[in-house]
Design a binder for this molecule. Structure first.
Ligand code: NAI
Length: 296
């Protein structure tokens, strides 16, 4: 595989494009918003500067990597010579099904179609294409250039050959791929989201405050970040939508999202991206400050 198309150039898409370009692949980065593509290129360049200053990339390697990325606002043009497409557009089922119909129509017949979805069924996405055996989950973690894991998710129809190719490709990106089957939340979010939800319930029921809950998990369980801070980092809206997928997919009330989480998302408090969740975020500041409503 030489030519990779990445659909969506937001948080995850720019990281995925960065890692492929750094490892010598030609990358076509596609987004419906031209401004988002510009922002993505600036972010990739800034993140590569950080690697240069740490000595893990040379200035020449950075230039070469950036020159391997082309940008497109049309899916049709962006995927026409792809060996692999990695879709990382907004987490919305209708949108993803529509994108996969387009990918199936415009990408070469031999191309593998992967999705970075956090929670949507790979099997369901594959079923809208004429090549379900070539559809697979390639779930990178945020921030992509830093995190080692790729959760490789086999849909019901994904072939052994396609799974092996994606496992090998992930290793070529210096990542650690782990193969899992397609059930709600896969493995990462099936385990992580109930923990985050339980942390929010502990706050909602007055068991302890925000910093107390996070401190217990950081110092007691050696987690680098407490679950409430992590929820802010992921995005509270994203956490809520994954919990809803788990709740609906298993029909088990243990996954029901905490009413406090629902209220916060409905009120627009979505964590880092909106400036406030359980904590308050000021651009440029690294201090972790409690959101006013959660400070004593
Ligand atoms: P984001 O909101 O930062 O970026 C999504 C991008 O998709 C935007 O730039 C938007 O303009 C673009 N887009 C929307 N419709 C499009 C279309 N039809 N064609 C091309 N581009 C389109 O979202 P983020 O956080 O990067 O998430 C992307 C995917 O990655 C989602 O499926 C999410 O569940 C998954 N994911 C997110 C993680 C995270 O920590 N944010 C972690 C792992 C997976």
């Amino acid at each position: 595989m030489k030519s990779i198309s990445v659909i969506g150039s937001g948080t995850m898409g720019n990281g995925i494009a960065h890692v492929f370009a750094q490892h010598g692949y030609q990358v076509s980065l596609v987004d419906i918003q031209a401004s988002q593509l510009e922002k993505a290129l600036a972010t990739i360049s800034k993140n590569m500067d950080r690697q240069v200053s740490k000595g893990s990339l040379t200035e020449d390697e950075k230039k070469a990597a950036l020159s391997r990325i082309s940008t497109f606002t049309s899916v049709e043009k962006g995927v026409k010579s792809a060996d692999l497409v990695v879709e990382a557009a907004t987490e919305n089922m209708t949108l993803k099904l529509d994108i996969f119909r387009q990918l199936d129509q415009f990408a070469p017949e031999s191309a593998i179609l992967a999705t970075n979805t956090s929670s949507i069924s790979i099997t369901k996405i594959a079923a809208v294409t004429k090549r379900p055996g070539q559809v697979i989950g390639m779930h990178f973690m945020n921030p992509v250039p830093v995190m080692k894991l790729v959760e490789v998710i086999r849909g019901y129809a994904t072939t052994d050959e396609v799974t092996e190719k994606i496992m090998e490709l992930s290793s070529n990106l210096s990542k650690e791929p782990v193969e899992v089957n397609d059930y709600p939340g896969f493995v990462a979010n099936r385990i992580l989201m109930p923990m985050i939800n339980e942390a929010i319930y502990s706050l909602y029921e007055g068991v302890a405050g925000v910093s107390e809950i996070d401190t217990v998990m950081k110092l007691g369980m050696a987690h680098p970040m407490g679950p409430l801070q992590l929820a802010d980092f992921i995005g509270l809206d994203v956490c809520l939508s994954i919990l809803r997928v788990l709740h609906e997919g298993f029909g088990n009330p243990k996954y029901a999202p905490c009413p406090l989480l629902v209220n916060m998302v409905e009120a627009g408090y979505k964590g880092v991206k909106t400036g406030e969740g359980f904590y308050q975020y000021t651009p440029g500041s690294k201090d972790l400050k409690l959101a006013p409503r959660f400070s004593k």
